[in-house]
Design a protein around this ligand. Structure first.
Ligand SMILES: C[S@@+](CC[C@H](N)C(=O)[O-])C[C@H]1O[C@@H](n2cnc3c(N)ncnc32)[C@H](O)[C@@H]1O
Length: 190
């Protein structure tokens, strides 16, 4: 049986330095509310959560890896910002119940149910940002493996299928990161 927590703990122990924030945050900053709360789902050691915290958003990171969350906490302390770190298995329990945020971010983690249930963890007018490589990415990169990749053009179907969410932006393309990524930004409309 695989143990995702142990696997990710090991990965973060071996590579403790957070990567640069996702390029799509700068691109989509225009769609974000000017303040409020933000959750980075499966946010790892906080590369994107720290971007939000430094901009003044009250920011949470949800992740299964204690090692990653400890690294995120240390980075936040060093950068003099606050992060709420929530140790949570989203494959098992989706998102923490009774919690809602103004912005939710999901990058490089594929769980379609988390996308479908966005209205449950977003406040009214809340914005969901999602970036995930597609199967076209395999033309240039061996990882992530196929089961973690979106089908070609699947992102457009996902955008249309999300109930009570309005799509603000959807596309897929080769990005500056050299990955072929699907990007989706949508807003809760009820
Ligand atoms: C490829 S990394 C992406 C991290 C971050 N979103 C980013 O863009 O840098 C995948 C993340 O998902 C987390 N993860 C894996 N399985 C999880 C689960 N069942 N529940 C919560 N987080 C999980 C891992 O610990 C890891 O931080």
């Amino acid at each position: 049986m695989t143990n995702p927590e142990g696997l990710w703990d090991k990965r973060y122990s071996e590579n403790p330095t957070p990567n640069a924030p996702s390029e799509f945050l700068e691109v989509f900053e225009q769609y974000l509310p000017h303040g409020g709360t933000c959750v980075d789902i499966a946010g790892g050691n906080g590369r994107n959560a720290l971007w939000f915290a430094k901009k003044g958003y009250v920011t949470s990171v949800v992740d299964i890896s204690t090692v990653a969350l400890n690294q995120a906490t240390k980075s936040a302390e060093k950068q003099d910002v606050e992060l709420e770190c929530i140790h949570w298995d989203i494959e098992k329990d989706l998102m923490p119940p009774e919690r809602k945020w103004d912005i939710a971010l999901l990058t490089l983690f594929l769980n379609r149910e988390i996308l479908r249930s966005a209205t449950q963890y977003l406040n009214a007018d809340g914005v969901l940002l999602f970036a995930q490589p597609t199967k076209k990415n395999l033309e240039r990169h061996e990882h992530p493996g196929e089961r973690f990749l979106l089908d070609p053009r699947e992102i457009f179907e996902i955008g249309e299928s999300l109930k009570d969410m309005e799509t603000l932006h959807v596309d897929e393309a080769w990005r500056d990161s050299e990955r072929h990524e699907a990007w989706l930004v949508c807003k809760k409309v009820v």
